[in-house]
Design a protein around this ligand. Sequence first.
Ligand SMILES: N[C@@H](CCC(=O)N[C@@H](CS)C(=O)NCC(=O)O)C(=O)O
Length: 261
Amino acid sequence: MLTVKKDDPMNRTQDLLTSTLASTLRGWRGTKSGKTLSQPSQPPQLFDAEGEPECRLVREALTELELDVMIYPCPQGGTRHVEQLRKLSGGEEIPFLYDPNTQRKLQGAAAIVDYLFNQYGNTSAPLPLVANRLNLFTSKLASLVRKEAGLVAKPSKPAAQPMTLYSFESSPYCRPVRERLTELEIPYLLVNLSKQQLADMGPATFRLHRGPYRPLPNSKREAMLHRYGRVQVPFLIDPNQNLELFESADILHYLDTHYAA
Ligand SMILES: N[C@@H](CCC(=O)N[C@@H](CS)C(=O)NCC(=O)O)C(=O)O
């Protein structure tokens, strides 16, 4: 049983408020998607930093396409994935996407968002998601309200195997977890669990529709419900410690306890 020390309630409230504000500044992009797409046989690899404005636009597109992706965090001052990034891209700039399914390599939010929609959505990127000046500006504002969170590396111990995080981009509870994974340079499979219907709306404990919760058939949500008994994000799986954990405060405490140096 994991013992969990609760964060200072004031800090926690402030954290959730600014996270909600960040999502509001982006108009809650990165919340919904259509029906579950078939996932490519290997997840694309994204070299990312949670607090970096261009990276946010890429992750919003990934949520709206409901695509899973391997995240290699590259915060400022980080070292763990820089060599891998340099080998693939020839430089150190993020966001950078490598798609092992097509061998395509893309640099920058504009090229990546465009590629993802064409390749996996069979359409062009909708205006609210393209990396134009307005979207970059509001993404910068979202980063500003989160200050340096998810941007700068902290001393950390390596995770031998990548973790898995169930999340969706705009979730105010998931953002602090993704920020911490970035700061600790922990690679993870980001499972995007977008909202696909009215019944998915609202917090897990207070859904906006009445009656038992029924995710769309053959969706990732349905698979999660069957496997783990509930659909709630964030949900972290750490194969290194054989651990599965709900609740953002518990996940943050766990990461700090086991991986911060
Ligand atoms: N107390 C939980 C709250 C988590 C929560 O309510 N997450 C929302 C997303 S922001 C959720 O899972 N909603 C249900 C859904 O997306 O189906 C935590 O801190 O992790």
